[in-house]
Design a protein around this ligand. Sequence first.
Ligand SMILES: [Zn+2]
Length: 258
Amino acid sequence: MSTGLDASEPQVLRIRYGDEVISVEVRQQPGRSQERLSIHVEPDGRVLVDAPLGVEVGRLLDSVKRRARWISQQLEGFRIQRAHASPHEYVSGESMLYLGRRYRLKVQIDPTAKPVARMHGAFIEVTLPERDPAMVAAALMSWYRQRAREVFSQRLPVVAEPLRWVRELPSIRLQFMKLQWGSCSPSGRITLNPWLVRAPREAIDYVLLHEMCHLRHHNHSRAFYASLSRHMPDWKQIKTRLDSRAEEFLRIEVDRVG
Ligand SMILES: [Zn+2]
């Protein structure tokens, strides 16, 4: 049985690093010396490995795994750059996400009003005393935070209900983060990113379940993934859909405006 890669078609390998699955495209180059593998991370998020023709899969995987931390850091850096590349302008008509659906931003000026955002039909309306993008961004952030608080506390008991190791609902702390949906501390405190409320409910449930599985397994062991799969058999597809839209959902609002 050959362990060499078929040179006739492009090959994609997937490796797991923490919570991430990194897809790597292998480009086999006939003239390349047998010793050399080189790994590139492209600004659009593609990971490429240049390898000699007929390279062994095991050797490729080892070499990619050894660089996984570096690859993951590069990917995160480019993700942030791309998020900054298509910023909101905070003007009427812009698209805003909430629970996976698109709403239109409507900015209204009322000199007597305090800055406030609210949902009205297909619109998220922001009322302000004067035209000021930073004020729109701040009003939106506090609206998203409120919505997140409400949605997460509605979903938490539903997701926790079948988990027999969760005797008492964990308390949830909200924190705007650039790269993470959530985390669970060794002492069992769960932190969630309010931007997650931009994502569909299934993704919110997945993150809640993921963090509550950490109350039982404080790692990403087989047992952890077994618990996850038992309670959400299709979590991988949900996670892939969520991560594929991470740029959009984790768009950083204040850095740019402030
Ligand atoms: Zn985790």
